[in-house]
Design a protein around this ligand. Structure first.
Ligand SMILES: Cc1cc2nc3c(=O)[nH]c(=O)nc-3n(C[C@H](O)[C@H](O)[C@H](O)COP(=O)(O)OP(=O)(O)OC[C@H]3O[C@@H](n4cnc5c(N)ncnc54)[C@H](O)[C@@H]3O)c2cc1C
Length: 459
């Protein structure tokens, strides 16, 4: 009998758990699957209802698939990780299992839970095997020449790509006994294939076009474990035509490596799971505490049309293009000088693709507190972003309807009279002044840090 506990990797295809557990050969009847939907725990982690709805649907569909394929399923609802682990321990004990296999998770609470459970299983003579799946290479194996984790993406990517060219990892075999795929997985696979076939080549050119970004839209499926980097690389290779350059595909696959990078950062620097800046000195920045500014940002009432368009899109749909995520994040931390953690939490609550490690990594990048090699005085100008990526104002027109009557680029920076007539607010801050204030706040933090002992703890 094979006992498997799946947490995130609720996926039939390319799932190494089947191979590692022997379930490929043994068959479904000898496999017992434990699922422990712990939605309350995810809420405590800050995930919002949109993401939880997707998870619920996915978990149910996977359980149905497993039962239809002949697997015995234990569906154990639990409010917390600890409660889930206690129930799993009991099942392993009752079944007299020799081994429990689980998909490895890299978050801090997840690791603590597994350490807790591992000790207790081992004490009962049960082996606990964690199978790497969500990352192509285990995070402790992608290190620099000094055996240290990477803090800069380009160096990580180079090492990762080098490793891939030497040891590519094709998708894992799926069980011959598997019934038709669960619907969410079926849809995710079809969307991956469609995107690679029809849009991927144009990725580099048009991914930043706010009105019509040519992007995959796969992130909710990826964040919830329905697709893997292995599959993205395999699909791209399968559909490649000729041996020529494929800049669109390369750039797109690099984005997948960003995801692997931020997971590795979270693994090696678990302080980020405790809401600390990766560059510790940035926790000394004196952020503004004006709650009204935060609300204006959340509601899309900052008076910067392109920022407001993006924030309203997020609130209405749970989606926002990457470019807009970059400048709205920068706007919160650099223009409003609000603590980046407030924005991080809002995104986590609202995004359909909310994913702690990826969200945190990007927020810290945007706020210049994280892995970015660029210094804090890189500050996005929101109007310039609008002019570059929404030159005709179509994106703003879609999400800020009270300004929709303004033609062409006029919508990007309405006059005081036009704002008043439309009931649209004046700018919350003047960008140039705000940028100066932010630079001064970061500089002061840096100077303060210089006067502290090197191992000072700011927590
Ligand atoms: C402030 C901020 C917060 C973010 N929060 C999240 C989040 O919680 N969850 C999330 O999945 N992405 C997050 N991103 C990254 C990125 O914006 C989304 O992954 C992307 O917009 C999803 O659209 P897509 O699936 O069409 O991506 P595509 O452009 O088609 O890219 C393919 C895949 O690559 C990965 N990817 C793309 N960009 C990034 C990136 N910058 N960092 C890491 N992985 C990336 C995603 O898995 C994505 O689905 C955030 C970005 C910023 C700037």
């Amino acid at each position: 009998m094979t006992l498997i506990w799946l947490r995130t990797s609720l996926r039939v295809l390319d799932n190494p758990i089947w191979q590692y557990s022997g379930a490929l050969d043994q068959g479904a009847a000898d496999t017992t699957l434990i699922l422990t939907p712990a939605l309350e725990q995810y809420r405590q982690h800050g995930y919002g209802e949109r993401k939880l709805d997707l998870l619920r649907t996915q978990q149910k569909a996977f359980a149905e698939w497993a039962r239809a394929s002949g697997i015995r399923v234990h569906w154990l609802e639990a409010d917390t990780y600890r409660a889930a682990a206690e129930q799993v321990l009991q099942v392993a004990h009752d079944k007299g299992a020799a081994v429990l296999l689980a998909d490895r998770e890299y978050g801090l609470n997840e690791r603590r839970r597994d350490a807790w459970l591992g000790k207790r299983l081992n004490a009962q003579g049960i082996d606990f095997t964690l199978v790497d799946d969500r990352l192509t290479y285990p995070p402790e194996t992608v290190l620099n020449g000094q055996g240290q984790p990477y803090r800069v993406f380009t160096a990580f990517k180079k090492a990762w790509r080098q490793r891939w060219s030497e040891h590519p990892v094709p998708p894992f075999a799926s069980p011959a006994w598997a019934g038709p795929l669960p619907e969410p997985e079926q849809e995710a696979i079809a969307a991956l294939q469609r995107y690679v076939a029809s849009e991927q080549q144009r990725y580099e050119e048009v991914r930043n076009d706010l009105g019509r970004p040519v992007v995959s839209g796969l992130s909710p499926a990826i964040a919830n474990g329905l697709l893997t980097t292995r599959q993205a690389f395999a699909e791209t290779a399968a559909q490649a035509t000729g041996s020529g350059e494929q800049p669109g595909a390369d750039k797109w696959l690099d984005e997948w490596i960003w995801r692997e990078f931020f997971y590795a950062v979270g693994y090696h620097f678990p302080d980020v799971y405790l809401h600390r800046g990766l560059q510790a000195w940035t926790d000394l920045v004196r952020w503004d505490k004006d709650h009204k500014k935060l609300q204006a940002w959340q509601q899309g009432r900052t008076g910067y049309p392109v920022v407001d368009a993006a924030m309203r899109q997020l609130a209405a749909t749970g989606r926002m293009p990457n470019r807009a995520r970059m400048f709205t994040a920068a706007f919160l931390s650099k223009d409003l000088l609000l603590d980046w953690r407030l924005g991080e939490a809002w995104f986590l609550d609202q995004l359909l693709d909310a994913d702690f490690a990826v969200n945190n990594g990007n927020w810290q990048w945007g706020a210049s507190t994280g892995v970015d090699a660029a210094p804090y005085f890189r500050i996005f100008n929101p109007l310039r972003q609008a002019q570059r990526f929404d030159p005709d104002g179509d994106y703003v027109r879609q999400w800020v309807p009270e300004l929709a009557h303004l033609e062409g680029a006029a919508i990007l920076d309405p006059s005081p009279l036009e704002r008043e007539a439309a009931g649209y607010p004046p700018p919350l801050v003047i960008h140039k002044e705000a940028a100066e204030r932010t630079k001064a706040a970061f500089k002061a933090a840096k100077e303060q840090n210089a006067h502290l002992p090197e191992d000072a703890d700011y927590s």
